[in-house]
Ligand binder design. Structure first.
Ligand code: FMN
Length: 317
């Protein structure tokens, strides 16, 4: 699959997730063969007002390529200016967030609120495309609420504005992350547009990914929550899609080894104080399905140093 001049090596991409898909996490997912990763969302206004601080969140390592930097905002000029600043980091793609449901974003007319105004979508995509020399993609939802399901209209507006791909999460803003993702909307978008479509929502297993591809005709699948504490899902999904065979789930020893390495990388990237606090949630996710998980989770939540976390991970049996 192609997004502009960028070729994806397979059909599995990592969803942007604020507070989760930072550089260390993306590097681990990339090792699993992921075709494309996204940064956490970056405020275009923040990038313009405080470039140094904001662009820190968008920094990445060469091994993460191809990588999309995702921006959010609602003013075409500010979005264009923010995109230019992000372009200075030399990502492969600029992605525009049109799906964020949280009040702090959608309540200010940004994120998913853009879907309420397809004309604004067109103007923002046009402005960003005109300002950067990179492919521009958009990430949308099914619509605002059940009374306003307009993913097809918004995807067409984005395509007209020059977008090179569209990712569709099959939930409305009103649903947030609850209920079931409606994959039929992904099919409707795929039927309507000529640009590649990335399907998103509730892919939790390699079999789910195969079903989404089959049911919707989408060009690639985007996986979010399923990868939390389980980067192996990317590798297992790619393998299943390419061979029809399921790789074994990771062993406890493999989980412990990756968790230790992840901890090391996060502390190196963010320092011990922040790194330890951020790793608590990742370790809680790694512990899913582990015997006596609640006991270890409790210890992890109280740990304050890297060494304490290392000892807890090593003690898991
Ligand atoms: C913790 C969290 C943070 C997220 N942050 C972003 C974000 O920054 N940008 C974005 O476009 N979507 C964001 N999303 C939405 C995901 O990209 C994805 O669309 C959603 O989780 C559905 O996919 P899934 O069912 O595979 O998790 C976030 C989701 C979660 C759970």
């Amino acid at each position: 699959m192609q997004i502009g001049n960028i070729t994806l090596q397979n059909k599995v991409v990592l969803a942007p997730m604020a507070g989760v898909t930072d550089s260390p996490f993306r590097q681990l997912v990339k090792e699993m063969g992921c075709a494309l990763v996204y940064t956490e969302m970056i405020s275009a206004k923040g990038a313009v007002c405080a470039p140094e601080q904001t662009l820190k969140i968008a920094a990445f390592q060469p091994v993460e390529r191809p990588i999309a930097i995702q921006i959010f905002g609602n003013d075409p000029l500010v979005m264009a200016e923010g995109a230019v600043l992000c372009e200075s980091l030399k990502p492969d793609i600029i992605d525009i967030n049109m799906g964020c449901p949280v009040k702090k974003v959608a309540g200010r007319g940004e994120g998913c609120a853009l879907m309420r105004d397809p004309d604004l979508v067109l103007r923002i995509v046009q402005a960003v495309c005109a300002s950067v020399n990179l492919p521009v993609s958009v990430k949308i939802r099914k619509g605002w609420d059940d009374a306003n399901i307009n993913a097809v209209e918004v995807a067409l507006a984005a395509q007209e504005g020059g977008a090179a791909a569209v990712a569709v999460h099959g939930r409305t803003r009103e649903q947030g992350y609850s209920g079931k993702a409606d994959w039929s909307i992904i099919r409707k978008v795929k039927t309507a547009v000529n640009i590649p479509v990335i399907g998103n929502g509730d892919v939790l297993s390699p079999e789910d990914a195969a079903q989404m591809l089959e049911q919707t005709g989408c060009d690639a699948v985007m996986i979010g929550r399923g990868v939390m504490g389980n980067p192996w899902l990317i590798q297992r999904t790619i393998h299943f899609l390419e061979t029809g065979r399921l790789l074994a789930e990771p062993t406890l020893a493999e989980k412990k080894a990756l968790a230790l390495r992840h901890l090391e990388m996060v502390v190196e990237n963010k320092g011990e104080y922040i790194g330890v606090r951020e790793m608590r949630k990742h370790l809680a996710w790694y512990l899913k399905g582990v015997r006596k998980a609640a006991y270890y989770r409790n210890q992890v939540m109280r740990a304050t140093t890297k060494e304490e976390l290392q000892k807890i991970i090593q003690s898991i049996i």
